[in-house]
Design a protein around this ligand. Structure first.
Ligand code: BGC
Length: 475
């Protein structure tokens, strides 16, 4: 067996790919996986335009309407919670394949739903897919990318999310006057699901997963298609050293003192990404613009398309700079920009009725561009990096689940907050959370730029190794 592995290794070295081929392979793998982000964005974004048509078709109560709208978020929370266990058991690639099947089934089920119950179940199934990809895609890209490009490649996934949201807005607009248009809006996602399935079926498994599962020869083979030959041995040795030092941490053990510290950094970042209010803009921007005094619904929708475009375009800033400037500077700069936008929104609504429409649009663009260049992508980048191999699956699953629960809470409470506190105070509240988040980022978040996952784990995983020593005779 060892001999067979050695022969395979020698053969692999003899045909070592050039730098260009390696770079192309990495990019291809990341783009394929990022299509998962496209479906995440599309399926979360599309419902806002489809919901009213669905309400008319099935004659929904307020509660029924809310269930249809939030079914994806419920599914995504469950999907994210299960994703760690699935990705550990069957691998990252099969998890993404499973998600693509769920996307397909959910899209078809929604498009042909004869009754609202079928629609709700289909949307929960889509949500399960969204939850699975929101863990597995980041895990897969982080474990596959070379350290110098890891930030950009995970940011590509966020870019795909923003493209998905933007396309959903356009598709919703295109079908707005078509009878039964919502069926097309929800069903069209099946095309991307098929592309994701075919693409991932041809992609390699994450090399770190293979090595962690004892498939050294296969892991080495994949790794040598992705990073320079001289780094392959070192990467494998670093990973194996860590695997030998720490034991596999399960879901319950992530709350133990050895893991809690690093677990919370990811979970708080995930919560911050939502509690600074991003989805009040993504889900309700048309409502906000209407309140801010836009004269017609068409103007409000046009403004919302501009917001979606800027969300997409500004993500490119992160792709370009996250590996050059680092994660923390982007996060801090982005949070300062978001705070500025939120304070401007608060002020615009304070003087409601005057120039609030234009000011609110500018404020929202400042806010969304700042989010897109920082918190949007960088939170995913960090969640994919800070957890050592032995704890990665349950810890990422937990952090991403916190993200979906927070998303749900914000979506559910926003309109009530507007009514209870008024628009101004509501936006000031999100601004206050953004300010507190700056302190958190500066004091607690590690800088991970340019370091291998194993180097990062040497720092964040120190306590984990201590746990292994204490753990032998379990307390
Ligand atoms: C967030 C989503 C949000 C999207 C907006 C993602 O990173 O997780 O909740 O809708 O960015 O672009």
């Amino acid at each position: 067996m060892a001999e067979g592995e050695e022969q395979a290794d020698t053969a692999a070295e003899a045909t070592a790919p050039t730098e260009r081929q390696r770079s192309g392979a990495v990019t291809r793998v990341a783009i394929l996986a990022a299509i998962g982000g496209l479906l995440f964005g599309y399926d979360t974004g599309v419902i806002s335009g489809a919901a009213e048509m669905i309400e008319d078709r099935f004659g929904l109560s307020d509660l029924g309407f809310e269930i249809v709208v939030s079914a994806v978020l419920v599914g995504a929370t469950i999907g994210a919670a299960s994703a760690g266990a699935v990705a550990r058991r069957v691998g990252r690639r099969p998890t993404i394949l499973l998600a693509s099947v769920l996307f397909l089934l959910g899209a078809i089920g929604s498009a042909f739903a004869p009754h609202v119950s079928v629609l709700i179940i289909s949307r929960v199934i889509v949500g399960l897919g969204v939850g699975l990809v929101s863990v597995a895609v980041i895990m897969y890209i982080s474990e596959t990318a070379p350290p110098s490009r890891r930030g950009a490649l995970v940011s590509l996934y966020q870019f795909a999310i923003t493209v998905g949201i933007f396309v959903a807005t356009l598709v919703d607009e295109a079908f707005v006057d078509v009878t039964g248009g919502w069926r097309w809006e929800l069903g069209i996602a099946s095309v991307a699901a098929v592309v994701l399935f075919i693409g991932m079926a041809q992609a390699p498994e994450s090399p770190r997963y293979l090595i962690a599962k004892g498939k050294l020869a296969a892991g080495r083979r994949v790794l040598s298609t992705l990073i320079p030959p001289e780094e392959v041995d070192e990467t494998i040795a670093d990973l194996q050293r860590q695997l030998a030092r720490a034991k596999e941490v399960n879901w319950r053990e992530i709350f133990s003192p050895a893991v809690r510290g690093v677990l919370l950094i990811g979970a708080v970042l995930a919560a911050v990404q939502q509690f600074t209010g991003i989805n009040t803009i993504i889900y309700y921007d048309v409502t906000i613009f209407a309140r801010a005094g836009f004269d017609s619904n068409a103007d409000a929708v046009a403004a919302s398309i501009i917001v979606g475009f800027v969300n997409m375009a500004a993500t490119v800033i992160a792709i370009r700079y996250v590996d050059r400037l680092g994660r923390k500077p982007l996060l801090v700069a982005g949070l300062v920009g978001m705070t500025t936008g939120l304070v401007m929104l608060g002020i615009a609504f304070f003087f409601e009725g005057t120039a609030s429409a234009t000011v609110s649009l500018i404020a929202m663009l400042v806010y969304i561009a700042s989010f897109a260049a920082s918190l949007g992508p960088v939170v995913w980048v960090l969640i994919g990096e800070i957890y050592p191999q032995r704890v990665r699956e349950p810890a990422m699953s937990f952090a991403v689940m916190v993200n979906w629960i927070s998303n749900f809470v914000v979506a559910l409470t926003f309109l009530s907050l507007l009514d209870a506190l008024g628009s101004s105070v509501t936006f000031f509240l999100y601004a206050a959370i953004a300010v507190l988040s700056i302190i958190f980022v500066v004091t607690k978040v590690p800088e991970t730029k340019g370091r291998s996952l194993e180097e990062i784990a040497d720092e964040t995983g120190a306590a984990l190794e201590a746990m292994e020593f204490e753990a032998s005779p379990r307390r």
